[in-house]
Design a protein around this ligand. Structure first.
Ligand code: FAD
Length: 475
């Protein structure tokens, strides 16, 4: 298996595939991590996934927990009480740190990562994919996943359409030293934030500030921003450049919003920013990519190992494309709410009032943190298609039992069995009274694939998600 790109999505996918002993080669164009250090927020579902794979302690050591408030369009409201998660917080962590942790995790599990290898060509036939590198080397693999970011070469080579809206406004972000006294900066920032939420200067170390300021137009993306760009924009927006100097790093980002029309073309798939881009409001892009990876990993592994039911791999697009569509929509809505025009400001005031209603607040938070996702697995109880939180079982916490990325049957009846699927699915009898169902079948990504108490019905669903049982597939 070849993965193009070792960002958070590619690294997570590599680790997921290694859980199933699939040989994985990750090709990463860059030799060094990026110079800019954006702090990203991991939301509840991604934190849960890290716990599900035994990674959370390492991430908590390097990240900073904070309450999950002000999560929607930066509207200053706390998260609702009593969220259905043991990880109901936001985890701030520098992106290069999380990428490094995930890459380490993948290589420790046996994935091979080659840096300085840019994918420039892709051709597929009935048996596999030929991947061409910039230096002319050709590699062969059964499948290829493009996790190569917003300007994905793989997506372009596939000819997959990427419809949506181009960038209409850009923002400069960087870290630099300032000459102005802290009190003067604080006073100006709080005055300006009243009207322009895309402006901020926040301390980021001794004498260093993280500066965010509108770029005042859409520029040539090939040219990196300069300190002079920051000075000019600060003077335009704040009336002073605060004496900024000695930049640590400077970057620029836009608000383009696009979604790949297809996540799969034959043996080539797309995940993460290669499949969807949107403005960073609400901090969802990395989360979405990591969750794509966990959805895709076990399905692709099943395909390679030969037990995947025929339609399993296509459920990746069917499940994840609508989730991305929803994220794109909520970022569009949040961007409108940041506008300084009278109409959007009135809508913002109204939504601020509405968020005092517990249900509204909860609905929005579950959307942003992805714990509200319910995949469409057909008719059934509300639990079907949802993720289970990290419930307490007699045998320990649930997520501790999902580290190996296998299916899991939680059986309160004590009568059911995973039978011929025991090489892919674990089973726990009498797990807990807290489980609000007689019996639940979990997929390796922690989503509920079946709820019931009948063995024949269970067997049908085991076959639907996990293919033929051992005896039958061998016979
Ligand atoms: C200012 C800002 C703040 C953000 N804050 C958050 C946040 O708080 N929370 C959040 O969830 N998200 C946030 N995001 C979004 C997040 O950074 C991205 O969604 C995330 O990096 C996507 O991960 P990825 O692995 O899909 O792609 P990338 O991180 O872009 O990784 C792609 C990798 O592929 C490599 N590559 C590219 N082309 C090739 C090729 N041809 N061959 C081989 N390798 C290639 C690249 O070098 C790169 O390493 C933010 C974004 C911005 C701009």
């Amino acid at each position: 298996m070849i993965i193009a790109g070792c960002g958070p999505t590619g690294a997570m996918l590599a680790a997921e595939l290694r859980l199933h002993d699939v040989r994985v080669l990750v090709l990463e164009k860059e030799t060094e991590p990026p110079s800019f250090v954006r702090i990203v927020g991991l939301h509840i579902r991604s934190i849960e996934l890290m716990a599900m794979r035994g990674l959370l302690d390492r991430i908590l050591e390097r990240g900073r927990r904070r309450p999950a408030g002000a999560y929607f369009a930066a509207i200053d409201k706390p998260a609702p009480d009593g969220l259905d998660s043991t990880h109901a917080y936001l985890l701030g962590i520098p992106q290069p740190v999380i990428v490094h942790l995930l890459e380490d995790h993948a290589t420790a599990r046996g994935a091979q990562v080659r840096h300085g290898c840019a994918v420039v060509g892709v051709a597929q036939d009935d048996d596999g994919v030929t991947v061409e590198l910039a230096d002319g080397e050709r590699l062969r693999s059964r499948y290829l996943v493009g996790c190569d970011g917003a300007r994905s070469t793989v997506r372009k080579l596939l000819g997959v359409a990427f419809p949506g809206e181009p960038s209409r406004s850009e923002t400069l972000m960087g870290e630099m030293e300032v000459g102005a006294p802290p009190e003067e900066i604080a006073a100006k920032v709080s005055e300006l934030r009243e009207t322009d939420r895309r402006f901020s200067l926040a301390p980021a170390g001794v004498g260093v500030y993280r500066v965010v300021v509108p770029a005042g137009g859409v520029s040539d993306r090939a040219a990196p921003p300069t300190l002079e760009d920051f000075r000019r924009q600060l003077r335009t927006v704040a009336g002073t450049d605060f004496g900024v100097h000695s930049p640590r790093w400077l970057s620029r980002f836009g608000d383009a919003t696009r979604l790949a029309e297809r996540y799969r073309v034959g043996r080539v798939l797309l995940a993460g920013d290669a499949a969807h881009i949107h403005p960073p409001i609400g901090g969802q892009g990395l989360n979405l990519g990591v969750q794509d990876a966990v959805n895709l990993g076990w399905k692709l592994a099943a395909q390679v190992r030969g037990w995947a039911p025929e339609t399993l791999l296509d459920t990746y697009h069917a499940e994840r494309h609508p989730v991305a569509e929803d994220v794109l929509d909520n970022t569009r809505a949040q961007m409108e709410l940041l506008s300084t025009e009278p109409g959007p400001r009135a809508v913002r005031r109204l939504l601020t009032e509405l968020m005092d209603f517990e249900e509204v607040n909860r609905h929005l938070l579950e959307k942003i943190t992805a714990i509200g996702i319910r995949y469409d697995f057909g008719d059934g109880p509300d639990l079907l298609g949802r993720r289970l939180p990290d419930i307490d079982l007699k045998q320990g916490r649930l997520y501790g039992l999902l580290h190996r990325g296998r299916g899991l049957l939680l059986d309160r009846t004590g009568r059911l069995t995973v039978g011929g699927w025991s090489d892919r699915v674990d089973q726990l009898a009498d797990p807990t009274a807290a489980l609000d169902a007689p019996c639940v079948l979990l997929r390796p990504d922690g989503h509920v694939a079946w709820v019931g108490d009948d063995q024949r019905d269970l067997d049908e669903h085991l076959a639907r998600w996990f293919g033929e049982p051992i005896g039958r597939s061998q016979g």
